[in-house]
Design a binder for this molecule. Structure first.
Ligand code: FAD
Length: 421
């Protein structure tokens, strides 16, 4: 089967009631759809963008995320995408960088990763539509056996679907819930906004080298940099919106942060195509309603220093799929409070502490200088944020190697951008 899905037109959709409509084909939505469909549910996955599409994301998967792919039987396909293994972290805050080892991980472009996962979902019998926006339009009625989702394309309504369950996996803005009462989104007043661009930088010797996550911290925020499976560098930044305005745009804002941090790619920002997000730090409550569940970034933003964001989305999908099957077997109102109590996730407290520290730029520089002279303390802090893992590079590379010992071929294709800024 071709790696790029050919999307059915909505006219081709079967008209009967769906078991599950999943809104958003990021990692949370596609994996939820795939797992529910494998278990026998009739699933429709709806994505508003044309796939493949870029995202504001550094594309760094940590070992917790790799384990989710492994448990889902998807590790060989992921490894065949050819993303380099991550082994180092470089922190630039002015002066020489602090270099610390990473527990491991993989860097892969979101355009390719997300399109591949949608293809896996299609192969698991999920019906997929892209360039179609979804909106939950009915008011929750505890007596109703279904919910209603309206589909539209380019602002034109296409049709209304009935579904026994809705999964909202539409990312930070969770726009599909805008007609739903009772949801409160707490957005931090100090929230940063996201920016990203991809740069084709031929010199592999320039930071970041293949296998390294570089982080540059400046007064206006921070910029993460990593090379993907093609060698391109992804720049993904979380910046103060006031600095973005005063700098006069994304390229100048990111260049200023890289310059303050002493990162060598400061001059590479001009001329790149930038995409952006609204406020990042938010927490939606409740996480569920009558026959509706929210998952991934739509629910809460997790600071992604070493891949926590995608791990959060994938873990959510893995937890939600069995709950959907129980809900399909017989809806009970108790499913709402059950999904409202997510387990403690990963290193959230450490990531929040680090985020707060990184916002005090004047503090980071002397701390980084101090850590350079106390490598044991630096390693201790690194291990607190990214704990050692027994998920080895050999395990990842062996998964991508077919029987004849060669890596599977990876096709290259054009990438469409979203939310150009
Ligand atoms: C600057 C920055 C850097 C980051 N770097 C990393 C990193 O290196 N590693 C990491 O693990 N995480 C990183 N993250 C976080 C990571 O990108 C997210 O946590 C992850 O993408 C969440 O996945 P998701 O599936 O919940 O949402 P998304 O990936 O946002 O997917 C949501 C999808 O829903 C679609 N959609 C939206 N509205 C609708 C609608 N109404 N109808 C249909 N479709 C809709 C969107 O087009 C999108 O495709 C970063 C985030 C930022 C801001």
């Amino acid at each position: 089967m071709s790696e790029i899905p050919s999307w059915p037109s909505s006219a081709a959709l079967p008209s009967a009631t769906w078991d599950v409509v999943v809104i958003g084909a990021g990692l949370a939505g596609s994996l939820t759809a795939l797992l529910a469909s494998r278990a026998g549910a009739r699933v429709l996955l709806v994505e508003k963008k044309a796939l493949p599409r870029d995202k504001v994301c550094g594309g760094c998967l940590n070992t917790a995320a790799l384990r989710v792919f492994e448990r889902a039987g998807l590790l060989p396909g992921l490894a065949a995408l050819g993303g380099p293994w991550l082994e180092r972290y470089e922190l630039f805050a002015g002066g020489p960088p602090l270099r610390i080892p990473l527990a491991g991980g993989v860097s892969v472009s979101r355009s390719r990763l997300d399109a591949w996962l949608v293809t896996q979902a299609r192969q698991a019998a999920v019906h997929c539509l892209d360039q179609v926006q979804a909106l939950v339009v009915d008011l929750p009625d505890p007596q109703s056996p279904t919910r209603v989702v309206e589909l539209s394309r380019a602002g034109q309504p296409l049709e209304q679907l009935e579904t026994r369950l809705v999964v909202v996996a539409d990312g930070l803005a969770h726009a599909s819930l805008q007609k739903q009462p009772g949801f409160v989104d707490r957005i931090s007043p100090r929230s940063h906004v996201g920016l990203a661009a991809r740069a084709a930088l031929p010199s592999a010797a320039t930071s970041p080298e293949r296998g390294t996550i570089a982080m540059a911290v400046g007064a206006g925020g921070y910029v993460g940099l990593a090379r993907d499976e093609t060698g391109d560098v992804h720049l993904a930044a979380a910046v103060d919106p006031r600095c973005l305005r005063s700098a006069g745009g994304p390229a100048a804002c990111v260049a200023a942060i890289l310059g303050q941090a002493g990162h060598p790619l400061q001059g590479a920002c001009a001329g790149l195509s930038w995409i952006g997000t609204g406020p990042l730090t938010h927490h939606l409550h409740p996480a569920a309603a009558h026959r509706l569940f929210v998952v991934g970034d739509a629910l809460r933003y997790v600071e992604p220093f070493t891949g926590e964001g995608m791990a959060w989305a994938l873990h959510g999908a893995e937890r939600l799929a069995p709950l959907l099957l129980r809900a399909l077997a017989g809806w009970r109102p108790g499913f709402i409070p059950e999904w409202n109590q997510p387990p403690r996730f990963g290193r959230g407290a450490w990531c929040r502490t680090l985020t707060t520290a990184l916002r005090s730029h004047w503090l980071v520089r002397p701390v980084v200088a101090g850590l350079r002279h106390t490598p044991r303390l630096a390693r201790y802090l690194a291990a607190a944020i990214d704990p050692p893992s027994d998920f080895s590079r050999e395990r990842y590379e062996a998964a991508g190697r077919p029987a004849d010992g060669h890596l599977l071929p990876v096709a290259t294709r054009p990438v469409s951008s979203e939310e150009a800024v």
